[in-house]
Design a protein around this ligand. Sequence first.
Ligand SMILES: [Zn+2]
Length: 324
Amino acid sequence: MAATPPPPPVTGVEIVKGEGLVAQQQFERGALILTEDPLVMCDTGKGFSTWDKEAGAFYQEQHEYSKSILWKAFNNLELFDQGVFNTLYTTKRKASKLEYVVDAFRHNGFQFGFRNVNNAHVILYRFICAAYHSCIPNATVMINEFAPDETLHPGQARLVATREIPAGSPIVIDYIPKLWKEDSAARQQALMARWGFDCNCEGCKPAKAVMDASERSICRTYHEKGLRLSAAELRLYIGFMSKLGKWDKDLSRLCLRLAHDHETRDEYREAMHIAQSGLLVEQHFYLKCHYGELSRICADCFLEDRNLQAEYRETERAARIFLE
Ligand SMILES: [Zn+2]
């Protein structure tokens, strides 16, 4: 009989009610916080390339018991895992069980496309799904992209710190990574539409100070120059605006432009420093600079899985011969 290897242990994090996922130790930038196998993984039957357009219809279709593949996936779970599933965040506590299951998938699921597989999958994790959103995240999720028939842990996820996380701090991820360049209003709108909450993170806090008339006119002068601003002028303007505690759409865009300027000249640190506004830059820059490293972690694990798999097959074969 082939034994299934136990999932890797989770250390250093805890789900704290009302606080999401909380670090129990300090994590350095780039640290692997945890490795986690899916609690449940479901093939949506919809193409991944068109998923964004089809997602709404997909979840709508799931509200019929006989046709719902999400309902089926939930019912195929072991009793213990169903219990874990029932702790996932939902907006529909008082709804029917089916509504709750569909809603939990919708609100917590990672929409994922495996390599060489057409269909989009929805994946839920016990710990990672407990992490709250922030527009300035401190961690990112990498999912093993090798297809279920290629690897021992399909859909296994790795949570990696994208900046230093002190012990006792919530581990926050970005729910809308595709919108990282958008301003706060656009991000808020997307979060409200999909998850039904107003983002209250540092990057979304309203402006702290009100400008007087002369300050306003200085800002307008800089503003109207638009794209013709030099890096030095941009820096001056950003410094002035941040002194006022005013973070808005235009300031965010200027910060970003300046950061990119430096980033393309390999001045990563400088770019990060400049871009510490309500932008989603921490994660973006981290992924941009360390993607190779992160992919290598996943590839190493894949190789390890494959070797293990071969070993298990060998043991199974030997056991069969012995029994015969
Ligand atoms: Zn936010």
